[in-house]
Ligand binder design. Structure first.
Ligand SMILES: *[C@@H]1O[C@H](CO)[C@@H](O)[C@H](O)[C@H]1NC(C)=O
Ligand SMILES: *[C@@H]1O[C@H](CO)[C@@H](O)[C@H](O)[C@H]1NC(C)=O
Ligand SMILES: *[C@@H]1O[C@H](CO)[C@@H](O)[C@H](O)[C@H]1NC(C)=O
Ligand SMILES: *[C@@H]1O[C@H](CO)[C@@H](O)[C@H](O)[C@H]1NC(C)=O
Ligand SMILES: *[C@@H]1O[C@H](CO)[C@@H](O)[C@H](O)[C@H]1NC(C)=O
Length: 598
């Protein structure tokens, strides 16, 4: 029994093997399960002989320029045909008469520029039609007529400047339609109305200037809608309201200045929405409907100055919020981030934020990364990071911070912070914060670059090199609370008032705002001459020696030259002197000799 089965198996395997070998054309590879792949520039038509059970024929990189009326004949079992990366420019109007059984036809990456209106009409069972990456400038309105089995049409990367309004009529089974990367300027408002099973629609990378009202009506099964990279300047109100199953919507890279109220209502399943790279100047008070599943949101490169306080209120699932690179964004409403309990990463970098509200981040208990770099922050409220117990990374680089409260980071156990490229003011008011830095060197990622910017004599010193004793001479009655030893808890308003006061007076701070309770060293009253702007200093036994070097290249050159000249002259004089002595002694010898003779 066993041996009989083994024998039968062998017979089967061998017979399949031999039929394949027997009829596989030399330029092709034939797999036992019915796939034939033929590659090569010497192919100019479909192979005549194929293994009888071939259901899929793939030709690529060929020189086949025409599919003629006999190219596909006698291949009754072939269901899938592809001819790609070739130079196909003509399909005979009767080419598919002989192959009505086809389910998939892929003619991508060729030179097709036109079709006979009825060329595909025999293919009533066709499910997949890929014509992407060709040279099509227009398609006949009847091209897909009657192809009721079609599920997937790819027309992307052609040169279509219009699509007839009835082109997709009746395609009730269509699930995927890609007409992206063409030159479309307008679309008929009813063009998609038959497509009640459409799941994915791509119209990105065209030249669309607007979306017509009602254009997406009825697309209740749509999950992915790609509209990015057009020049859309207006969208009609409620245009997306039918799309109650939408998951991804891309509107980035357009010309939108406004978005109508409630545009993104009725999309409870939305998980991705892009709006970036639009010249948005204003967002309405009601914009985002309930969308708890959204995890990422990008809002950057806009012209927004501020946003409504409830913008993110319905996006409760957000984990990443990239709200950055908005050149003029200067004002964030206090409760903007109120309702984002899942948020882990918040990027506000490269905006134009000058200040932050003490309560801004108070509800973001899961926040892990907070990027505030490259803004114009001048100071920060003392308790602003207090609730961020999970924060591991805070970037404050490239702001206008002169000082920070000493205990601003005390609640952030796992923190690493970047602080460089700020104009730190190393007068006595920095004592508390400098002490914190000294004691938490491992927390500051860029400690070697956190440098004093004022006063001049401290330039190029790092904050962690400042010692309490150097800053001890402050008159405690005139300095801000952060400078007092072991500063007692202050109320937010008091801190704010103090910080804003500091910000106002900071310009003169290094010359005027401090007096001394012991006989003052001169350095806080340093008066600087015009034109000298490189400073070097030494400390020797309590005295500070300050050196100025002119930065002016001509002057420096002149001084260097004078120096060399002086040294050279000195050297020359010494030589002269020695030569003179030599001559003199010679003369003396001569005279001696003379006297001896006499
Ligand atoms: C359609 O064609 C484009 C470009 O040729 C390609 O990126 C895309 O994956 C294709 N398929 C679908 C389903 O869009
Ligand atoms: C939809 O968005 C998700 C991210 O939320 C992404 O991973 C996925 O690739 C997108 N799918 C399509 C078809 O755009
Ligand atoms: C949040 O979504 C609900 C339901 O979609 C809506 O009624 C409410 O107005 C939305 N809130 C905001 C601030 O848009
Ligand atoms: C800083 O922000 C400005 C304004 O948004 C931006 O143009 C610039 O490229 C940013 N610089 C860096 C280094 O990120
Ligand atoms: C601080 O300076 C003021 C005058 O500027 C002076 O009246 C005051 O006594 C000084 N305080 C201390 C503690 O030296």
């Amino acid at each position: 029994m066993d041996s009989f089965l083994t024998e039968l198996l062998w017979v089967l395997v061998f017979s399949t093997f031999f039929t394949c070998i027997a009829s596989c054309p030399s330029v092709c590879e034939c797999s036992p399960n019915g796939i034939v792949t033929c590659i090569g520039s010497n192919i100019i038509d479909t192979p005549k002989q194929l293994p009888t059970h071939t259901y899929k024929l793939q030709l690529a990189l060929t020189n086949m320029q025409v599919i003629n009326e006999r190219s596909l004949e006698k291949k009754e079992l072939m269901l899938r045909f592809s001819l790609t990366f070739s130079h196909l420019h003509t399909v005979h109007p009767q080419a598919f008469r002989v192959a009505p059984q086809l389910k998939s036809l892929q003619l991508s990456d060729n030179d097709l520029s036109a079709f006979d209106a009825r060329v595909f009409s025999p293919l009533v069972t066709l499910e997949e039609l890929h014509l992407n990456r060709n040279q099509l400038e227009t398609i006949p309105a009847e091209l897909f007529q009657g192809l009721i089995a079609l599920q997937d049409i790819n027309l992307s990367q052609n040169k279509l400047s219009s699509v007839p309004s009835g082109a997709f009529r009746g395609l009730r089974n269509l699930e995927i339609l890609n007409i992206g990367s063409n030159y479309l300027k307008t679309l008929s408002p009813t063009i998609f109305h038959s497509l009640i099973n459409l799941n994915k629609l791509s119209i990105h990378k065209n030249k669309l200037e607007r979306l017509e009202a009602g254009i997406f009506d009825g697309l209740v099964n749509l999950e992915y809608l790609h509209i990015h990279s057009n020049v859309i300047a207006t969208i009609p109100p409620e245009v997306f309201w039918s799309l109650r199953n939408l998951k991804n919507l891309t509107l980035s890279n357009n010309q939108l200045e406004f978005v109508p109220e409630r545009s993104f209502y009725n999309m409870p399943k939305l998980s991705k929405l892009t709006l970036y790279n639009n010249p948005l100047v204003f967002l309405p008070d009601e914009l985002m409907g309930h969308m708890p599943g959204i995890t990422e949101f990008y809002l950057y490169a806009t012209n927004l100055i501020t946003v409504p306080g409830n913008l993110f209120a319905n996006m409760s699932g957000l984990q990443t919020l990239n709200f950055h690179f908005n050149d003029v964004l200067s004002d964030l409403p206090p409760h903007l981030f109120c309702c984002l309990p899942q948020l882990q990463k918040l990027s506000l970098k490269s905006n134009n934020l000058q200040q932050l509200h003490p309560q801004h981040f108070s509800r973001l208990n899961k926040l892990d990364i907070l990027l505030l770099n490259n803004n114009t922050l001048k100071n920060l409220p003392e308790n602003i990071f207090q609730e961020l117990g999970q924060l591991t990374m805070l970037d404050l680089k490239a702001n206008e911070l002169k000082n920070l409260p000493e205990d601003i980071f005390t609640s952030n156990t796992f923190l690493k912070v970047a602080l460089s490229e700020n104009p730190w003011d190393c007068t006595c008011s920095i004592r508390g914060f400098a002490r914190w830095i000294r004691q938490n060197k491992h927390v500051v990622l860029d400690g070697q670059d956190v440098m004093c910017h004022t006063p001049k004599y401290q330039i190029l010193r790092t904050l962690d090199s400042l010692h309490d004793e150097e800053l001890n001479n402050c008159n405690v009655t005139t300095v801000t609370p952060s400078c007092t030893q072991g500063s007692s808890p202050t109320t937010p308003s008091a801190t704010e008032a103090a910080t804003s006061h500091r910000a106002q007076t900071s310009v003169e701070a290094d010359q005027t705002s401090f007096t001394y309770d012991i006989s003052p060293p001169f350095y806080d009253m340093l008066v600087e001459e015009q034109g000298l702007n490189f400073v070097h200093h030494n400390y020797i036994s309590g005295w500070v020696y300050v050196w100025f070097l002119p930065s002016n290249a001509v002057l420096t050159g002149f001084l260097a030259f004078s120096h060399v000249l002086l040294v050279a002259t000195g050297f020359f004089l010494i030589l002269c002197n020695m030569y003179g002595i030599h001559l003199l002694s010679k003369r003396v010898e001569e005279i001696k000799a003379l006297y001896v003779h006499i």
